[in-house]
Design a binder for this molecule. Sequence first.
Ligand SMILES: N[C@@H](CCC(=O)N[C@@H](CS)C(=O)NCC(=O)O)C(=O)O
Length: 215
Amino acid sequence: MIKLYGLDASNYCAMVKAFLLEKGFDFEEVHIEPTYSEPFLELSPMGKVPCIEVDEGYLSETTAIMGFLESCIPDLPMTDKDSFRRAQMAQLIKIVELYIAIEYVRLVGHVFFGRELNQAVADDARPTMVKGLAAMQRLCRFSPYLLGEEVTMADFFTYYVLKAAVPVAQKVWGWDIVAEVDGLAGWLQLMSERPLVKQVDNQHNAAIAAFLEDS
Ligand SMILES: N[C@@H](CCC(=O)N[C@@H](CS)C(=O)NCC(=O)O)C(=O)O
C-alpha cells in the first residue's frame, strides 16, 4: 500500500492527500517532520515533505508525485486527454509554482514561525507574485475549474499553494491576492466544497491552529 510521509500542517502534504483521496487510492499516512539529514534524505533528497513510498521506491515533489499517481489510475482522470491541453495544465502549474509558491515561501518564517520580517525579501517577492497572478488571470478559465469543465491536477496544486499564499500576502502586505484575479474567489469556494477536500482541509486547518497555539 502507498505510504504518504508528511505533516497535517503542510499545505503540500494536504495537496497530495486530497489528490490520493480523489483518485481513490488506499494509502497509509506516516507522520514525519521534514529534515535535511539522514536517513530522511533517502526518502526525500531535498529533505521536504510530502514524499510517498510505493513498491518501486520513494518519490518526492508534489508535481512528480501527482503525475505518477495520475498514471497509476487513469480511469479517474485529472489531466486532459489532449496533449496540448495537458501542456497548458503543466504551464499553469509551473507558473503558480515558480512565480507564486516560491515567492510566498520566502516569507513563511515571518508569518508562521515568528521570525523578523526581511523587508528586502518582501519587496523582492511582491512584483513577481503580481506577475504570477496576472498570468493566472490570462490562463484560467474558471468554467468552473481553472482550465475547463473538469477538475485537473492544476486545480489541486493551485488551491493548496493559495491556501498558504493568501494568509502570507495578507499578513506581510495587507494584500488580498484573491481579489487580484477575477473568478478566483468563486473557484476557491468551489474547490473547498468538494467533500474530500473539505475532509483534508479540516485536518489541515486544525493542525495549523494547534501549531499556532503552541508557538
Ligand atoms: N517543492 C516541494 C515543496 C514542498 C515543501 O515546501 N514542503 C515543506 C512543508 S509545507 C517542507 O518540507 N519544508 C521543510 C524544508 O523546506 O526544509 C513540493 O512541491 O513538494
